[in-house]
Design a protein around this ligand. Structure first.
Ligand SMILES: Cc1cc2nc3c(=O)[nH]c(=O)nc-3n(C[C@H](O)[C@H](O)[C@H](O)COP(=O)(O)OP(=O)(O)OC[C@H]3O[C@@H](n4cnc5c(N)ncnc54)[C@H](O)[C@@H]3O)c2cc1C
Length: 259
């Protein structure tokens, strides 16, 4: 029997880390140019172009700026034109329990997540649950469990590698060990995920997950993603309002529900 290895000193996350990986690049066709008005990003122009094509209104008869045009699209509930604009985000410093909830948002989303079968979690990081963060006693109790779980994981991987020593393909053997040992890792284990979603899909997800009814960690992520996407394309997300709720945490509400 292999002795339990000491737990690695794990790094803790208190906030998610968000990186924008991709945003739309719009190439306006010369033969159908739109009378563009006002400041806008490529994603917003792409959506306006798509919307105007439906009625061949490129001359912009109401003299609307791109953002006013998109405001009207949201008000009217014509959300399908928002589906042309896709944004890819790298999300890090979030827990496995958060991504378990996140990937339930299916329509218009693509996901690629770190594999615990392939990746060694001996030095995994962990996400402190927001309700626990900042209270020394609670954090201490939580930390004790995290360290024990990580120690058990390290020991199990070593024992499983020994148990399946007859498997000659080392990559397969490691996978067998890690996929079994991960069973002891907690929901708070940090993960990384690439999420691509179109603007309509992001709106639906953000509406549900930034609301007061959402779990605190995914709510914190949703508010952070909202801030990033509001910078990227205000025309798609300007009707969200971020506020501090009675529980003293940030939440957001939306004007145009599910366009
Ligand atoms: C506060 C909160 C608590 C939750 N608690 C639980 C829980 O306890 N247990 C649990 O299992 N889940 C829970 N969920 C997840 C929830 O049930 C949904 O799976 C999740 O919010 C994704 O919503 P969605 O299906 O609308 O999203 P998407 O899959 O992104 O779909 C977006 C929209 O597209 C349309 N659509 C998508 N797929 C179909 C389809 N197959 N047929 C018809 N229309 C479709 C619908 O209009 C849908 O609203 C919770 C969610 C929230 C926000």
């Amino acid at each position: 029997m292999t002795a339990a290895a000491p737990a690695a000193t794990s790094r803790l996350y208190y906030e998610p880390k968000i990186s924008v990986l991709a945003r739309p690049v719009f190439a306006a066709p010369d033969h159908l140019d739109v009378n563009w008005i006002g400041e806008s990003s490529d994603g917003e122009r792409l959506a306006e172009f798509a919307g105007r094509l439906c009625y061949m209104s490129q001359h912009n008869p109401a003299s609307r700026s791109t953002r006013d045009y998109l405001e009207n699209i949201k008000k009217q509930g014509h959300g399908s034109v928002l589906e042309h604009a896709n944004y890819s985000l790298l999300l890090e410093g979030i827990s496995r329990s958060l991504t378990h909830e996140l990937v339930r948002h299916r329509a218009g989303f693509a996901y690629s997540q770190l594999s615990q079968r392939y990746v060694d979690e001996s030095e995994a990081c962990f996400v402190v649950p927001p309700a626990i963060a900042g209270d020394d006693a609670l954090e201490g109790a939580w930390r004790t469990q995290i360290d024990a779980a990580q120690g058990a994981y390290v020991a199990l991987v070593a024992q499983l590698m020994e148990r399946y020593g007859w498997v000659t393909d080392k990559v397969h053997r490691r996978k067998m060990a890690r996929e079994a040992a991960r069973g002891v890792l907690p929901n708070s284990t940090e993960t990384k995920i690439v999420v691509t979603g179109n603007a309509r899909a992001w709106r639906t997800m953000l509406e549900l997950r930034s609301s007061e009814g959402a779990e605190l960690e995914i709510r914190r992520l949703a508010v952070a993603v909202l801030r990033v996407l509001q910078q990227e394309a205000p025309g798609f997300f300007s009707d969200f309002e971020i506020y501090v709720a009675d529980d003293r945490r940030e939440a957001a509400r939306i004007s145009y529900h599910k366009v």
